[in-house]
Write a protein that binds this ligand. Structure first.
Ligand SMILES: NC(=O)c1ccc[n+]([C@@H]2O[C@H](COP(=O)([O-])OP(=O)(O)OC[C@H]3O[C@@H](n4cnc5c(N)ncnc54)[C@H](OP(=O)(O)O)[C@@H]3O)[C@@H](O)[C@H]2O)c1
Length: 102
């Protein structure tokens, strides 16, 4: 994964699950990580963890249903790291229910 080093990666829905795991993995390989989600306390904890391991990260409260917040996180990435290389559009929900409830 040497090609990951230095890339600027925006990850939506990074407060848990796949987004959180992706942020940790890419940061550990030297990417600059820009994370967003609604649960800011979890973003703060994740950012602290990544920084404590020497990673490069910034976070912003983000609700992906609000276009101004999406534009804002892209601007944040550009102003902090100069550009955006990758956007991981991960935010979302996957409702689960018993089969009999369809
Ligand atoms: N896990 C699977 O097996 C699986 C399979 C197929 C597809 N997926 C998809 O993969 C993605 C991640 O799944 P996961 O299992 O990691 O779920 P998860 O742990 O529930 O994570 C979902 C993430 O999306 C964020 N999110 C939800 N609505 C948001 C919104 N309006 N604005 C910003 N962030 C929002 C949540 O953060 P906040 O609540 O803090 O905003 C959370 O960080 C989802 O889109 C899911 O549909 C998952």
């Amino acid at each position: 994964m040497s090609e990951i080093k230095g890339k600027v990666v925006v990850i939506t829905g990074a407060s848990s699950g796949i987004g959180e795991a992706t942020a940790k993995l890419l940061a550990s390989h030297g990417a600059h990580i820009v994370i967003g989600a609604r649960r800011v306390d979890r973003l703060e904890t994740l950012a602290s963890l990544i920084e404590s391991e020497g990673g490069s990260v910034i976070y912003q409260p983000l609700d992906v249903t609000k276009i101004d917040q999406m534009q804002q996180i892209i601007r944040l990435a550009q102003s902090r790291f100069g550009r955006v290389d990758v956007i991981v559009n991960n935010a979302g929900v996957m409702p689960l229910s018993p089969l009999e409830a369809l």
